[in-house]
Design a protein around this ligand. Sequence first.
Ligand SMILES: [Zn+2]
Ligand SMILES: [Zn+2]
Length: 241
Amino acid sequence: MIFQDIGNKILNIFLPPLCYGCQKPLLEAQKLCGECWVKLQFIRSPSCVTCGLAFDVDMGENAECLSCLDGDFPFDLMRSVLKYDEFSKKLIMRFKHNDRTELLPLFMDWFALYVKDFKNIDIVMPVPLHWKRLFKRKYNQSALLAQKLAKNINCSFDPFSLKRIHATQPQHGNKQERALNMKDVFSISSEAIKKLKGKNILLIDDVVTTGATIKACAEILKENDAQKVFVLSIARVNLPL
Ligand SMILES: [Zn+2]
Ligand SMILES: [Zn+2]
C-alpha cells in the first residue's frame, strides 16, 4: 500500500489528475476543482418527498409537489442527485459518450447519499437501452451505474429482466402523447416475472427529462407484481413530471 501511495504521488507530479469538469490540472487526487464543484446544483431539501422535485421555498416536512398530489405515479419514490443544467449535462455526456468511466466513483459517492431514502431494496436494474443503441454506444451507462451501486449496497443486479423492445425517438408532445409513445416500448420476459414478483426494485437512469421513460418502466414492473419501484438518477430536469 505504501509503495502504491508513493507511486501515485510520483505519478501525480508528472501527470497531475485533471478536473472532470474543466480539464484543469488538480493539486490532489480529487475529482473536480473548486470552481467546478460550486457549479453543481445538488437537489436537497426542500424538495418533494415523493418525486424529489426541488422546491424554491420550504413547504414543510413531507410536502409533495402538485404533480404528486394530483397524479398517480407508477413508481413509489424518486430521487435525483443534481438539477439537469449545462454543467451536469457536460459531466453526463462525458460519461456517456467518451468512455469516461472514471467518473463512476464520483457518481457512486453521490448515489451513496441519496440511496438511503429507499428502504429494503431487493433488485437494482438499469433503464434498458434498445440493442441497436447499445451496439452503437458499446455500453449502457445506466447499467454501469446500476451494477456498481448494486455491489456497493449488497443487492442483486438485474440488467436482463426488463427489456426495451422498441427504439424510441426523443420525446415530443404533451404528457398524454409522450405516455402513448412509450406504450409497449418495454417488456418483461416470462421467466423474469417470477423473479420480480413481490420484490422492491430500484431503477437507475442517468437523466430523467419528461419522466415518460421511467413511468413506462415502473408501470410494467408494477403490472408484473413488483412490490415497490424506486427511481434514482444522476440528474433530472427540475420540472413537474
Ligand atoms: Zn474544474
Ligand atoms: Zn413530486
